[in-house]
Write a protein that binds this ligand. Structure first.
Ligand code: E4P
Length: 219
């Protein structure tokens, strides 16, 4: 199971990386905009910095929506660093681009996936990762974790190699639910990752240990 952080914020990536459990990073144009990164050159520098910091897979998304544009942008992104995974939307042109890159050994992440049918096309086209959006489905009263489980089932039944990357994770419990559903990767905000550490018995147990140690050592 792989653990990615879902942000373009360098401080948050650094903090998660320091834990020693981070396998990669996912970004998207909204996350890049949140960091006020403008223009192609600045974006490229930012991607390279993330790659150097993490040394794991870093998804970088194309902006173009037409096949030729996706190929042009995807090739430029892939050339930045061997850790870059080209992120492409699950549209007809996106699926064509996934196939084009797969045929040339370039790794891809097929994003904005909201159905098993879309995930099937991504796998048939040879995507390295498929990203079902858990939180956004929950937002419209659909079952995001259920979709992850359904995709995992179909991929295992037919032996697809595409890894299921659970995205749009909103909280710590989503992470556990996606693990139960058999996701290969979960990409999470920093707060959801840190939430995994929290347990009142760990906190009260540690406080008791320290108090007992202090009491005896002050005698
Ligand atoms: C990651 O690959 C996705 O772009 C991201 O998880 C979307 O998350 P959101 O639904 O919280 O914007």
């Amino acid at each position: 199971m792989k653990f990615f952080i879902d942000t373009a914020n360098l401080d948050q990536i650094r903090e998660a990386h320091k834990l020693g459990v981070l396998d990669g990073v996912t970004t998207n144009p909204s996350l890049m905009a949140k960091e006020h990164i403008r223009g192609e050159e600045a974006c490229n520098r930012h991607y390279v910095e993330i790659c150097r910091m993490v040394g794991g897979d870093v998804s970088a998304e194309v902006i173009a929506t037409d096949f030729e544009g996706m190929i042009r942008e995807g090739e430029a992104l892939a050339a930045l660093d061997p850790h870059i995974v080209v992120k492409l939307p699950c549209t007809a042109d996106g699926i064509r681009a996934v196939r084009w890159f797969a045929d040339r050994g370039v790794r891809t992440n097929c994003t904005l996936v909201f159905s098993v049918g879309q995930a099937l096309l991504a796998a048939k086209a040879g995507a390295t990762y498929v990203s079902p959006f858990v939180g956004r489905l929950d937002d419209i009263s659909e079952d995001g974790v259920g979709l992850v489980a359904h995709i995992v089932r179909v991929y295992r039944t037919y032996g697809f190699k595409t890894q299921v990357l659970a995205a749009s994770i909103r909280h710590t419990h989503h992470i556990i639910q996606c693990l139960d559903a058999g996701a290969d990767v979960v990409t999470c905000p920093l707060q959801a990752i840190l939430g995994l550490l929290k347990h009142p018995l760990t906190e009260s147990g540690l406080a008791q240990f320290l108090a007992d140690h202090a009491r005896v050592n002050q005698e």
